[in-house]
Structure formats: structure tokens, C-alpha cells
Design a protein around this ligand. Structure first.
Ligand SMILES: N[C@@H](CCC(=O)N[C@@H](CS)C(=O)NCC(=O)O)C(=O)O
Length: 233
């Protein structure tokens, strides 16, 4: 039975959700085929008959799993005969730490860079929802939250990834010689910023770029479906 991944799409099919990208990496790592079904923000509550608040949501046969981490654990358990996503308990814990890091202050710095751009790019029927929900979450308007010059916001985001640079200075992937879930989490976040920001968030000579290029070279479907490149249109 085909696995179905419900993921977020902005206008023109732009895929920008970091957590959805991470699940795509996880499925590819496991060598699992899947059908990706795009949804818009206000379409999320109707996924799988209703009750969903966020994407990604995975349908695997009769099982419906929401939340990228829960999906990773599901895939690891259900497809234990395929390559491991974590490489054991320590790798699982390391991945969880990278997810917690990316999902907190890194994500907030990232939101500061892209929230205005995402607002411009959401599907037309999502515009009011997006503005209202973000104003509520941020505790201020999108304009107030992004009042600092773009260069300043981008510099602040770059600085949050210094720990990743420190690790990648000595090894090709965050997980060592080969990528595992920790790499997929971090690459998902870079894909979010790349899809959502018209400005180059990371300079070509940023030490993260060779790793990101290695990640992009791993799975052709992910490279093909990520609509924006920092090197071209
Ligand atoms: N903890 C969740 C977070 C998922 C999440 O934040 N999804 C966002 C898209 S990136 C979402 O669905 N947002 C819906 C909304 O803001 O209404 C996970 O890991 O899957």
C-alpha cells in the first residue's frame, strides 16, 4: 500500500515546511516510495477526515501518524529491516537534541528572516489566517517582528548554526561518515529558508554549504521538488 505524506505547500507549489522535508528525507533514507499530497494552511484541519492541526501527517496503510518525530519513530519501528534512521539509541538521542535545537532558537531566528516572505507566498485563501495566527504566536505584528534590516536578521540566523559548523569542520555529516536523522532535521531547516527567502541566507563560502550540497545530492526527488536554489532561479 502506498504511503501518503500530507505536506504544506505555499502558492505555486512552493514546499517550505522544514518538518515535511525532514520526513521526505526519512522516507528516502528508508527507501520507501510515497505519494506527497500538498495542502495549504487552512486545509490542514480537513486532512484524513479532520482533526489535524499541523503537517506533516503520514498515512501508512490504516495508520495515521502526525508530527515529524512520531513519524520517524514509526518508520524506524515499522521498517526495522531497512537502513536505520538513527543508528541506535545514541543516534536517536543526538537527533532529538538537534531537533530541539533547530526547533527552538534557530527556528525563531529563521522565522524572523522568512515570515514576511512566507506571508507574501501563502495561498490567497490563507492570507488572513496566516497574518492572524502569526501575530498571535509572535506577540506582535509580522512587520514589528521583522523591523530590523534583513542583513541583521540573516546574520543572527547564521550565528545560531555555529555549532553545526563546528561539527562539520571535522566530518562530512553531522552523524559522521554518512547521514542519519540529525542531518535530515538540519537540512530540512535549510530547505525551509531556501524555499522561503529570495535572499541568499548562507553565503557560498559558508562552511555549511559543502554539507548542504552533499545532502542535496543524496536523493534526486528532494532536489527536484525543492523549488528554489540559492544559485539560480
Ligand atoms: N512538531 C511538529 C511541528 C510541525 C509544524 O510546525 N508544522 C507547521 C508547518 S512547518 C504547520 O503545520 N503549521 C500549521 C499552522 O501554523 O497552522 C513536527 O515536528 O511535525
Amino acid at each position: 500500500m502506498t504511503i501518503v505524506l500530507h505536506e504544506l505547500a505555499l502558492d505555486r507549489g512552493i514546499l517550505s515546511s522544514p518538518y515535511c522535508w525532514t520526513v521526505r528525507f526519512a522516507l528516502a533514507h528508508k527507501g520507501l516510495d510515497y505519494r506527497a499530497v500538498p495542502t495549504n494552511f487552512t486545509g490542514i484541519p480537513s486532512i484524513c477526515g479532520g482533526g489535524q492541526k499541523m503537517v506533516p501527517v503520514l498515512e501508512d496503510g490504516a495508520k495515521i501518524v502526525a508530527d515529524s518525530w512520531a513519524i520517524a519513530e514509526h518508520l524506524e519501528a515499522a521498517y526495522s529491516d531497512r537502513p536505520s534512521l538513527f543508528g541506535g539509541t545514541l543516534g536517536r538521542n543526538y537527533a532529538r537534541f538537534v531537533l530541539a535545537t533547530c526547533g527552538t532558537h534557530v527556528a525563531r531566528a529563521g522565522v524572523k528572516v522568512v515570515v514576511g516572505e512566507v506571508y507574501k507566498s501563502v495561498q490567497p485563501q490563507d492570507r488572513d489566517y496566516y497574518r492572524e495566527s502569526r501575530t498571535q504566536r509572535l506577540g506582535m505584528s509580522i512587520e514589528e517582528f521583522t523591523a530590523a534590516p534583513a542583513a541583521e536578521r540573516i546574520a543572527a540566523l547564521r550565528a545560531t548554526l555555529e555549532p553545526l559548523r563546528a561539527v562539520l569542520k571535522d566530518q562530512p555529516f553531522l552523524s559522521g561518515a554518512a547521514p542519519l536523522y540529525a542531518d535530515y532535521v538540519a537540512a530540512g531547516f535549510l530547505l525551509w529558508w531556501r524555499a522561503a527567502s529570495p535572499e541568499r541566507v548562507f553565503e557560498k563560502d559558508d562552511p555549511l554549504m559543502p554539507w548542504f550540497e552533499r545532502m542535496m545530492a543524496l536523493y534526486p526527488r528532494i532536489a527536484k521538488d525543492s523549488t528554489r536554489s540559492w544559485d539560480g532561479p
